[in-house]
Design a protein. Structure first.
Length: 235
């Protein structure tokens, strides 16, 4: 019998940070679409929506992983299977360590998105050992929403040298963006997913968001991304 490969989207946002849907709208949408086996809500530097969803997980036909997208000095890191806040603006290594102390996994988000990670993208391409030394568990090599041309290609080039397990995610800020990027894994449960990431048995795939979804994103979010990029460029 052919083993079933599940679909997980491990990176999405709600109104708790810069997403458009409420957590309730997000969960209802995924339940209706039935296109995911596992999801993680990873708002920026807050666990509020993710933990609320996790507490309601018994009501839905998919599994929920508690998570957060942590702002570090070298980019953004997804903390998966964490339930306590992770401080902002630490190094990659400090952030990964804090995630591991909670028994979580640390995934470097959109490493090829230059508007967010700045020159660190080129540093990681030239010196992939930095990522290994940081203790990261995986790299997000497919991000459906990043806007830098070639961002996923660059992420894969970085990981071709680093050799870490891979994830794919939507980075959805709207409902229709959910599931545009996914992590494929043997099995269908959150436990199966974690085992697959740890063993390096995941696949990352996806397509870009619908054009209209980029137009729906809050101007504040776009302005924040560009402001952050300029600030890093001037350092």
């Amino acid at each position: 019998m052919t083993e079933r490969w599940g679909r997980a989207d491990l990176h999405m946002h709600t109104r708790a940070s810069d997403g458009l849907p409420t957590v309730q709208q997000l969960l209802t949408y995924v339940a209706r679409e039935r296109h995911l086996d596992v999801l993680a809500i990873t708002d920026h530097d807050t666990l509020d929506a993710s933990l609320w969803a996790y507490e309601q997980r018994h009501l839905y036909p998919f599994e929920i992983v508690p998570g957060v997208e942590v702002t570090t000095r070298e980019g953004h890191v997804l903390g998966l299977w964490v339930t306590q806040p992770i401080p902002k603006h630490m190094s990659l290594k400090e952030t990964a360590t804090a995630i591991h102390e909670q028994g979580g996994l640390a995934v470097l988000a959109h490493p090829g998105e230059v508007l967010i990670v700045g020159m660190h993208a080129w540093r990681h391409l030239r010196q992939p050992q930095v990522l290994l030394d940081a203790g990261l568990d995986a790299l997000e090599v497919v991000n459906a929403g990043a806007i830098t041309p070639g961002h996923n290609w660059l992420a894969r080039q970085i990981n071709a040298k680093a050799g870490l397990p891979v994830t794919g995610s939507s980075d959805a800020h709207t409902l229709r963006g959910i599931g545009c990027g996914v992590t494929r894994f043997p099995g269908r449960s959150a436990a199966d997913l974690r085992a697959a990431i740890t063993a390096g048995q995941t696949l990352a795939e996806g397509i870009s968001w619908p054009i209209i979804d980029y137009l729906k994103i809050s101007p504040v979010s776009i302005r924040g991304t560009l402001t952050g990029f300029l600030a890093r460029s001037l350092r």
